[in-house]
Design a protein around this ligand. Structure first.
Ligand SMILES: Cc1cc2nc3c(=O)[nH]c(=O)nc-3n(C[C@H](O)[C@H](O)[C@H](O)COP(=O)(O)OP(=O)(O)OC[C@H]3O[C@@H](n4cnc5c(N)ncnc54)[C@H](O)[C@@H]3O)c2cc1C
Length: 322
């Protein structure tokens, strides 16, 4: 039996969702859904295949939305070994549409489209400006939620609007188009709320030749290979403090190679923490706490995780609202 919080009845929730026609599973290890490849079970997991199934899910939650964890590509998520005692939600094929030719200088993508696919397909159609996404292994929904960015650009620079469904609306839940200006996109954060699901996004592009776009894509890929490690990680653990780089600070304290259990600070990039074979989510979490403590003691700088940590006592900024 998967444990749940007081008031959550996983078996009852799963039965209610199944009766509404939503594909549902219990006890799926989050390790199977995240790039860290660690973490415990989701009490209930809905794999929603289409907008109609998402509406059915919302209708089945008309009495209240349980603690919700939308999982995109899982490339910025660390879930405790104890698991997530609520409802996990993964968007399936009906959210993977990608239209690079719907209008001049506009690309529309479903929330489940992987960012590297968005970048490469847009580049191949001569739609410039989205090339930076090729180095970020998340989804369109995750990029909106996190305002993902790199190489001098971020989602806020290219997002026209996002389509959002608020599950708290129950049977009345319907996609609404939220202009980027309404999403309060800031450094690795947004106003996407704890019961809201991003289902798609419209991006602004700039005219360019295919060759120009593909050259930028190749540059981004080359830079990533040279500067970032492979293996199991979730990219940068900490946000950069104003005017500095978290990786530079961690490196300057000689913390590359610091280890807790199977979790280790990467020798290639000090803000990437690797989960080696046999590592647990709790090892990674303890390493995050240890590096943060050492940086605070040595420099007075309180690093803020950009990694979403879920199910720990101190989930950190954004963790509590997932
Ligand atoms: C090797 C590597 C390099 C990386 N480089 C970068 C980088 O350069 N810049 C950067 O910004 N990030 C980077 N990341 C982190 C990560 O890819 C981004 O944060 C990305 O936007 C997360 O998308 P995701 O789909 O994986 O989201 P997840 O990790 O699945 O989820 C992250 C958060 O978004 C929420 N979420 C996901 N999908 C939805 C949705 N459809 N609706 C509502 N909420 C949703 C989740 O609930 C969670 O709170 C890197 C990660 C890795 C592994």
């Amino acid at each position: 039996m998967t444990a749940g919080p007081p008031g959550l009845d996983p078996a009852g929730l799963a039965a209610r969702l199944a009766a509404a026609g939503v594909p549902v599973e219990r006890g799926v290890p989050v390790a199977d859904l995240t790039t860290y490849r660690v973490g415990g079970p989701l009490a209930v997991l809905a794999r929603v295949e289409s907008p109609a199934q998402l509406a059915a899910l919302a209708g089945a939650l008309a009495d209240g939305v349980p603690p919700l964890l939308v999982v995109g590509r899982g490339s910025n998520l660390l879930v405790a070994e104890a698991g997530f005692p609520g409802l996990g939600l993964v968007l399936g094929p009906g959210f993977e549409t990608l239209d690079v030719s719907s209008g001049p200088d506009v690309v529309r993508a479903g929330a489940a489209v992987p960012l590297p696919v968005l970048a490469r397909r847009s580049a191949g159609a001569g739609r410039g400006g989205l090339e930076f996404f090729v180095g970020i292994p998340g989804s369109v929904g995750g990029a909106v939620r996190m305002n993902a960015g790199g190489h001098g650009r971020e989602t806020a620079d290219v997002l026209i609007d996002a389509e959002v469904v608020d599950l708290a609306a129950g049977e009345a839940a319907a996609p609404t188009r939220r202009p980027a200006a309404d999403l309060a996109l800031g450094y690795r954060r947004s106003a996407v709320g704890p019961t809201e699901v991003v289902t798609g996004a419209t991006f602004r592009t700039a005219p360019a030749t295919v060759a120009e776009c593909e050259a930028i894509v190749a540059d981004v890929v080359r830079w990533r290979r040279e500067h970032q490690p492979g293996g199991s990680n979730a990219g940068s653990v900490f946000a950069n403090p104003p005017g500095d780089s978290a990786g530079r600070i961690i490196d300057s304290l000689g913390l590359k190679g610091l280890r807790v259990g199977g979790a280790v600070v990467s020798a290639k990039h000090a803000n990437f923490f690797q989960a080696e074979a046999g590592a647990t989510a709790d090892d990674v979490h303890a390493l995050v706490a240890e590096v943060r403590r050492r940086v605070l003691d040595a420099t007075g700088i309180a690093l803020v995780p950009e990694l979403r940590m879920v199910g720990f006592d101190d989930d950190g900024p954004g963790g509590g609202d997932r």
